[in-house]
Write a protein that binds this ligand. Sequence first.
Ligand code: GLN
Ligand code: ZN
Length: 767
Amino acid sequence: MSTLTSVSGFPRIGQNRELKKIIEGYWKGANDLAAVKATAAELRAKHWKLQQAAGIDLIPSNDFSYYDQMLDTAILLNVIPKRYERLAFENPEDTLFAMARGYQGDKGDVTALPMKKWFTTNYHYLVPEVEPGEEIKLNSTKPFDEFNEAKALGILTKPVLIGPYTFLKLARTDQATELEYDKGLVNAVAAVYAEVLTKFNELGAQWLQLDEPYLVLDKEPGDVELFKTLYTKILAAKAGVKVLLNTYFGHIADVYETVNLLGFDGIGLDLNEGREENLEAVAKYGVASGTTIFAGVINGRNIWRNNYATSLGLVDALKQVTPNVAVSTASSLLHVPFSTEGETGIPADDLKHFAFAVEKLGELKEVAVLADATEDEKKASAALAANQALFDGTRVAADQAVADRVNGLTADDYVRQPAREERQKLQREALGLPLLPTTTIGSFPQTKEVRAERAKLRKGEITKEAYDEFIKAQIDACIKHQEEIGLDVLVHGEFERNDMVEYFGQNLNGFLFTKNAWVQSYGTRCVKPPIVWGDVSRAKPITVEWSAYAQSRTDHVMKGMLTGPVTILNWSWPREDITHEEQTKQLALAIRDEVLDLEAAGIKVIQIDEAALREKLPLRKSDWHVKYLDWAVPAFRLVHSAVKPTTQIHTHMCYSEFNDIIRDIDAMDADVISFEASRGDLVVLDAIHDAHFETEAGPGVYDIHSPRIPSEQEIEDRIYEILKKMDVEKVWINPDCGLKTRGNAETWPSLEHLVAAAKAVRAKLAK
Ligand code: GLN
Ligand code: ZN
């Protein structure tokens, strides 16, 4: 029998982001729900057929989603908080969108579910909320409908669901700890999955894939028990359908023995991120006779070509233990762009090094074919030879000047003087800000007009001068508006930037850019990360001119806005021939040049965004420092260590889960940090309090990921909650992230309420 190929999941947004466009059109009232459904069905059909044409055996279904697969799972299990049900929408899709984005209209006013990053990716999932007494039951036919839809096209798919363990571990429940998981909840969830299994059996499915990425995390007491309880119940319902337990983003060595004993038909292992540990575990505990190992050899997180020799070696290593080996993508391909087709801006000689989702399908098939080939066939294989040629020799020449600079760094380059407390005093005097200073995170709405103007410049329809005049007018208006509503520290609005990483990359040596390599970030939002191709250095000043211009237009303090080195790397496609640490150092030196130029140009407050610092924190705690923080935090210090004591360094992070790394965040030695705190609970404030956090902080007082406008009272209440936990001298008032994805209609009233709330609190404190 030839080696089976399996794809864990495929990008769903569409080659040209068709899904994004049609759904956003629906939100704006430009098209109806029927149009959304039609486009969705077309995309599903197209993606299934592509995989079929590539010769993939196990093609996923139910990997499609209008917004997020975790949200779909919550709805499948009827985990829908009452506040959304009370809106009483006719269409379930409208309830789904209300859960995802909040709702403000004639039916009511509710905030969205909290959103968090999906493991170490830049994809965000919605955090399900299990209310006490929630009736868990099978509540949707989505997985079955999509299976039938594919079947009608003649394609027998492998339905994919987020598994119950990952679901429960990521959901918010009223249980204090996982140990106390209410048995009723666990049983009810297991019962729904068992029912799903039974239904798929009736529908004629051959495989069902249950994704359990949470298994790659450290186990807390009770976790293994929870996993066993769930799966013992679920597997008892197994009739004809084979169950593939799929894991990714790391290894499961600590539970492999247990997993192997449960008798799954397939176990999916990530052989990129969890390679050594997973292989060792398989070698040590063996593979149950009825179990196939799905070798995750095709990386679902990078854009580089697979090294076939390496993949074949991995398959061989597994075959020493069991004959039953299938090849698979290491994770869903959701996290890579659609196809390299049409990327004409990249020279063919460079482009051949890349494989996006469609190309990865081809790789998967070729690896499977080669895995079945004899030694002679391999020697004669043109595919193998062509692949080998990509990895022979040097892909790109090293930049000696960059190497010299990195090698010349000393310990002092990583330390800012004087100590923070002293600086904060000096800055307070120098900047003359009120108590509870108000500011924003940097960007203001990127309206259609702004994007249209940038498109015109790109197409050569307007001159650079005309474009610059346009941007100046935007900045002028934005500054005036900020002054009018009474913000304290102003920003220029970032109208000249398409993206907080690409904009910098374009002005750095060593980067490559794509036209259409979009990857889903949250809901309908996508990002287009640039590619680190060679050694990085700053080609020329990047933001100085715009920041200096903006400062010249106001007497207020103008904050300069930069993206930090860790974030630039994390939101780019990194190289794989040198370490992340090395690449981050190169980036830190480039941004350091920019910081010093901004300071020299008269900018007194400089924000260096590290929006993505936490997202690449290794999933296992034992790796946190050695594999990441020990170099990521110093890289940030390297960026700002040479500024004057009175220059205030801000940073921003797009999340609030840093209780466990709070000391590391403090060790970045910024003067001020802003972060998200409005969708999640406020436990981070306890952490700030308990850790005697030294950095001044602006926990976001309202959620910018939702179009709803917070009231002044709501923000005032939020400020008081913050003041319960933080020293008022250290508190800043700001939204929880940049405003570029919002419209002006909601942005300005929200900010007016923010300023009014800050003023009201100040006045009360002064009494
Ligand atoms: N300064 C950036 C902005 O406001 C920060 C965005 C982010 O953290 N994602 O857009
Ligand atoms: Zn942010």
